[in-house]
Design a protein around this ligand. Structure first.
Ligand code: F6P
Length: 546
């Protein structure tokens, strides 16, 4: 693999950064180019004809910089890797697996093969099973052991088996079933399951044990606790069949746990955990918003897949999003990326993207096993705003760091209360934040307001802080599916240019292994003596206090 540092386009970008990138003024760029907005913004049309506008024009780029970034993607063979992904090739090299979440949203039922086998029908069969099951829970024909309808669905999972369903059910709450509630238990902290079960009755509760591997310690512990809670009330194991369902790739472990594999919704190991919201892992979403809406969610993602696969890089929105990360991370030396949805329903979206981005691209070894000598994955963070404006936006506006930011807004609110006043206030902030981050406030402007001289520097804003504004018409299942798929492919482009494997996660292993050893020590009497002084001191103090 060629290091990105030795690509011509990389060197050209380095020169461009030196000659104009580091002093680039977006404000000036708008003044000198009246067509800048239309040149750097792209409208995406979804399968249902709804639109999303991606405005990249407030970024620190001009046509020359952008064309070098595009050239970089070409020289780094990103299109080839993309085609391999869509072809079902084993691009997850360290685990020798295909990366085929795109096959989960193949609603047009194209032939999509992994290892010579077309998986379109298999995927569709699971979706049909999800439809039948979710319909029966929603219409009340699936009954608990006493004949009661299901009113509470508890998804027990962690990481990709939790964050997607949590985020999507929150984001699409507007479409929720009127009487079924969904709950999510992820943390092994007993508080999570205890507090959740306070709201549930065994007769009307359905547990979805969501785990790709069905071996994840936290999920297994919570699942056992849920089963014990259920059996303590019910006292008859045969009733488990009505109340426990598994979402997994591991039928053996599911059976060992005591769930009949008839009540298992499967998927294959070519679905990465953080890309699994589209699979059986989405069953809680299906129950909550109905299969028809889940299907639109998949189709929205499929529409972005088609765009990503078939559009030239120049017009390809996930390519552009990913290339901007490279520009800021590797040339401007930005360390972070902020995603700020102006949408309360999307309050878990940044948390979801944290796993997507940082578990995918938090790597320092290339696909050909060499340590990198350049920066890779960004620290992605975010919160819904306007709330975020009243907490950490101070640093975004006036801090010493460059924090490229994505703002997301839907033009139409699901809750246009007070004659849509709230929505207009929300929108005004969305526009104002991006504008003020770009324009800043000069010394002259502050002085002209009669500000006392010692306060002038405090009230100045440097401006020129880059933002991408994403404007949807409405947050529907289709739009949300598209937005998630957009960020998946942005992550893909970033990882492809850095030459890393965005689809494994070896970095989570060491802590898991050590925790197993320490758990045994915590369960044994007496002081521990086998760790470094700090860990030992802490463990022994814990044992004394526990
Ligand atoms: O520990 C990281 C991880 O493997 C994630 O990649 C995954 O989403 C999560 O754990 C949960 O894994 P599983 O679905 O197998 O329980």
């Amino acid at each position: 693999m060629t290091s990105p540092l030795s690509l011509d386009a990389w060197n050209q970008l380095q020169s461009l950064y030196e000659s104009k990138g580091k002093s680039f003024s977006t404000k000036e760029a708008f003044k000198s180019d009246p067509k800048r907005f239309s040149k750097f913004s792209h409208e995406f049309t979804n399968f249902d004809n709804s639109k999303i506008l991606f405005d990249y024009s407030k970024n620190l780029i001009d046509e020359e910089i952008l064309s070098s970034l595009i050239q970089l993607a070409k020289e780094a063979n990103v299109e080839k890797l993309r085609n391999e992904m869509f072809n079902g090739d084993h691009i997850n090299t360290t685990e020798d697996r295909a990366v085929y979440h795109v096959a989960l949203r193949n609603r047009s039922m194209k032939e999509m093969k992994v290892d010579g086998v077309n998986v379109a029908n298999e995927v569709n069969d699971v979706l049909q099973h999800m439809k039948e099951f979710s319909d029966s829970v929603r219409d009340g024909s699936w009954k608990g052991y006493t004949g009661e309808k299901i009113l509470n669905v508890v998804n027990i999972g962690i990481g990709g088996s939790d964050l997607g369903p949590v985020m999507v059910t929150e984001a699409l709450k507007h479409y929720a079933h009127e009487s079924i509630k969904v709950h999510f238990v992820s943390n092994v902290d007993g508080t999570h399951i205890v507090e959740t079960l306070k709201n549930c009755k065994p007769e009307s509760t359905l547990f979805l044990i969501a785990s790709k591997t069905f071996t994840t310690a936290e999920t297994c512990a919570n699942a056992v606790t849920a089963k014990n809670w259920f059996l303590n009330h019910v006292k008859d194991e045969s009733h488990i069949a009505k109340h426990f369902v598994a979402l997994s790739t591991n039928a053996d472990e599911v059976a060992k746990f005591g769930i009949d594999t008839k009540n298992m919704f499967g998927f294959e190991n070519w679905v990465g955990g953080r890309y699994s919201v589209w699979s059986a892992i989405g069953l809680s979403i299906c129950i909550y918003i109905g299969f028809e809406n889940f299907d639109k969610f998949l189709k929205g993602a499929e529409a972005i897949d088609n765009h990503f696969l078939n559009t030239p890089i120049e017009e390809n929105i996930p390519f552009l999003g990913g290339l901007l990360t490279i520009w800021y991370n590797n040339f401007h030396k930005a360390q972070t990326k902020l995603v700020a949805p102006f949408d309360q329903y999307m309050h878990r979206f940044p948390a979801y993207l944290q796993q997507l981005s940082m578990e995918s691209n938090g790597k320092s070894v290339t696909k050909d096993s060499k340590f990198v000598n350049y920066e890779t994955g960004v620290v992605l963070f975010g919160e819904p705003t306007t709330n975020a404006q009243h907490s950490f936006f101070q640093l975004v506006h006036q801090g010493t760091k460059l924090i490229p930011t994505d703002f997301i807004l839907a033009a139409q609110s699901h809750n246009p209360v007070e004659n849509n006043k709230h929505q207009l206030m929300l929108a005004s902030n969305y526009f104002a934040q991006a504008e003020s981050l770009m324009l800043g406030k000069t010394k002259e402007q502050v002085e002209s307001e009669g500000t006392e001289s010692s306060l002038v520097p405090h009230k100045m804003f440097p401006g020129n802080r880059p933002t991408t504004s994403i404007l949807a018409q409405k947050i529907t299942p289709a739009t949300l599916g598209s937005l998630i798929a957009y960020y998946e492919h942005v992550t893909f482009v970033e990882g492809a240019i850095w030459g890393i494997n965005s689809f494994d996660q070896w970095g989570v292993e060491l802590g898991k292994v050590l925790a197993k050893v320490i758990l045994k020590e915590l369960q044994t009497e007496g002081d521990v003596k086998t760790h470094d002084a700090s860990t030992q001191g802490l463990i022994n103090q814990f044992k004394a206090w526990a």
